[in-house]
Ligand binder design. Structure first.
Ligand SMILES: [Zn+2]
Length: 238
């Protein structure tokens, strides 16, 4: 169930028997030879496949996220933490006002993780609500399959290369790029990040066979469905 295909009467009806809702969180930032919108495309698609299977409404994803370290690459959009936190807080307020109480955020971008602090403060003021941030690519079943193929897998490498975020007509380099050093990367301003990481891949091959990627993808959808059913902590009753 996609919110874009529903009217408000249908949301009101849904809320009579369920209070779960899904929203994807992405980023528009360099992903080497892959789409700038990789994190948005992948989190949206995981959310849509899981939400459709589970009959839970899925909001349109947030295309932008926090990406300060990639602003040296053309096409990247960086939302500052205060802006992003305010945006998420307003969205949570609206979902709560509608009547949703179990809010499941499918996150596609590691740089968005600091938003957890804003969510924690929001939860303090909405004790009847539950909010989950699910980093779908880092979940145990997905990671297990990635590591079984290669431990050299990171941002913009093969592990993010699915049929839905490749650019038609762009061929991938054939070599395996050595992993970058995160401790070094974290010290650098965006201009130096670009010089350090070159094409933008953090390390690994650029592409793997689709059958391997589809196995990883299915695990990601399965795991998301499982969490949507089982992750929730019941509200406290005094
Ligand atoms: Zn990514």
């Amino acid at each position: 169930m996609l919110i874009k295909d529903m009217n408000w009467f249908q949301v009101e009806d849904y809320l009579k028997h369920d209070d779960r809702v899904i929203m994807p969180m992405g980023s528009t930032e360099q992903h080497a030879y892959l789409s700038l919108c990789t994190d948005f495309i992948l989190s949206s698609r995981i959310a849509e496949e899981a939400g459709t299977r589970m009959n839970i409404p899925v909001y349109p994803g947030l295309p932008f996220g926090m990406a300060s370290y990639f602003t040296g690459f053309p096409g990247t959009v960086n939302i500052r933490p205060d802006t992003y936190g305010a945006l998420i807080t307003d969205i949570l307020d609206s979902l709560h006002e509608s009547g949703f109480r179990r809010i499941f955020l499918v996150n596609g971008h590691g740089g968005n993780s600091p938003v957890q602090t804003f969510i924690g403060n929001w939860l303090n003021q909405h004790e009847d609500a539950r909010v989950v941030i699910h980093n779908w690519w880092a979940s145990p079943e997905v990671m297990k399959r990635v590591r079984a193929i290669s431990s050299n897998a990171s941002h913009a490498s093969w592990m993010e290369n699915f049929p839905w975020n490749r650019i038609p007509g762009i061929s991938m380099p054939q070599e395996e790029k050595p992993g970058i050093n995160p401790a070094k990367l974290g010290q650098l301003p965006a201009s130096a990040v670009r010089a350090y990481i070159g094409d933008g891949n953090y390390g690994g091959e650029y592409q793997r066979p689709d059958e391997e990627m589809m196995d990883i993808w299915s695990a990601g959808v399965e795991e998301t469905c499982h969490l949507l059913e089982n992750v929730w902590v019941a509200p406290m009753h005094n």
